[in-house]
Design a protein around this ligand. Structure first.
Ligand code: PLP
Length: 400
């Protein structure tokens, strides 16, 4: 750590350090797993809480050729002037509602997901207004029961798209779907969905669609199901070095490294006698004379209240546990008589090199999944980027 870095850290209540070097390495690992398929890195929800622009740029630097988002607004932000994403990187978004910014999307050269007739009609009208064709990916519901066109309506959607294509209003560049249980090894839905996907692709191709890419794999499928890779894989959680599920393996098993490290500076350390109630509702009572440490992060920062009395924190080399309830802005840990001093670093999670808990540890403490832990880290926690090849802050931070 250089002096600048130390000074910067000391002034921060809490920070989410985002290791862009780890993210780039994860991109390289995912490309190796993808066995020749192109890689779409999914940067929706502010890159799962890591910062969309910085992560999108780093992913592209490491060889991702597609970026994916849920909403069109998220995708348009990646095409904004100054975003720094090369124009030849394809940007796709899929979560549309009626009246959405179709024309802006077409003019920004986005790829759009279309699940039904209403969306096909809106995108076609927008293409007519814009005077240029839309790039459309028709989505099949192969068994997730969420977005996508059900098999019974597929022929009609395909026919409508082909008519618009003949009129020069769109190009069907993709056929795609999404898996329900790729993170549960052996789940029978996986083979059933892959079979149905092949059937729906074959049907569309028989009707005359000639797609550039067919895609169905998310992170779990990219890492464990080569038969799901087709032409393009869409990876979100693995990009950030978090395993889709502990059932399929740890990040290290797949050559991935956790990107986010969440730390805070202890705000107070004090001696208390035994029998003291700690925090709202007194859900923790000190078992004897001890020291308490105040961690200045709470559920308003995305620390899950469900991890009350359970979440782990590394302080001076020891794991401590949240003592009692997590409050809006702060929680307490029992330091067992140790006196680390105010300003000492509390590591909620990181890649694990220093023995700290990981995102997965917090997911288990809160009864949720790693995705929810990282995406909910709030805007009040500054993201500090390290190992950015572009040195955007004018300072080169080098971790370890
Ligand atoms: C979020 C999302 C992904 C990425 O899923 P991960 O499990 O994070 O890899 C892929 N495709 C679609 C349609 C998504 O919504």
């Amino acid at each position: 750590m250089n002096e600048n870095d130390a000074a910067r850290k000391a002034t921060l209540r809490a920070r989410a350090e985002i290791d862009l070097g780890a993210l780039r390495a994860n991109v390289r690992s995912l490309r190796a797993h993808a066995s020749g398929a192109a890689l779409m890195t999914v940067v929706k929800a502010d890159a799962y809480g890591h910062g969309a622009l910085a992560c999108a740029r780093a992913a592209v630097e490491a060889g991702a050729s597609w970026l994916g988002t849920a909403t069109p607004q998220e995708a348009l932000a990646l095409r904004a002037p100054g975003a720094g994403i090369p124009a030849d990187v394809r940007v796709m978004c899929w979560l549309w509602t009626p009246g959405g910014p179709w024309r802006e999307a077409i003019e920004a050269d986005l790829d759009v997901g279309v699940s039904g007739m209403w969306a096909l009609e809106e995108v076609t009208a927008a293409a007519r207004d814009a005077g240029r064709p839309a790039r459309v990916h028709l989505k099949a519901d192969t068994g997730l029961g969420r977005g996508g066109c059900v098999p019974g309506d597929w022929a009609e959607l395909i026919a409508g798209a082909l008519r618009a294509e003949a009129d020069g209003l769109l190009r069907v560049v993709g056929l795609w779907s999404h898996l329900a249980a790729a993170d549960e090894p052996g789940h029978p839905s996986v083979d059933a969905q892959l079979t149905r996907f092949r059937e729906m692709v074959a049907q569309a191709e028989a009707q005359g669609v000639d797609p550039e890419v067919r895609h169905i794999a998310n992170s779990a499928a990219t890492l464990t199901l080569p038969e799901s890779h087709f032409d393009l894989v869409r990876c979100g959680i693995a990009l950030y070095g978090v395993s889709p599920s502990p059932e399929i393996g740890t990040p290290a098993d797949f050559g991935l490294r956790q990107v986010m490290t969440l730390t805070a500076s202890l705000a107070l350390v004090k001696h208390v006698p035994g029998g003291e109630g700690v925090g709202y509702g007194h859900h923790y009572v000190t078992p004897g004379a001890t020291t308490l440490g105040l961690v200045p992060l709470g559920y308003a920062d995305g620390i899950p209240r469900h991890a009350s009395s359970a979440g782990p924190v590394l302080i001076e080399g020891k794991w401590r546990t949240v003592a009692g309830r997590i409050a809006m802005d702060q929680f307490t840990v029992d330091l067992g008589g140790d006196e680390p001093g105010e300003g000492a670093e509390a590591v909620l999670f990181g890649p694990g090199d220093r023995g700290e808990p990981t995102v997965e540890d917090w997911a288990q403490a809160a009864g949720t999944i790693g995705y929810e832990i990282v995406t909910r880290i709030g805007t009040r926690v500054p993201r500090v980027y390290v190992n950015d090849v572009n040195d955007v802050n004018g300072v080169r931070y080098v971790s370890a």
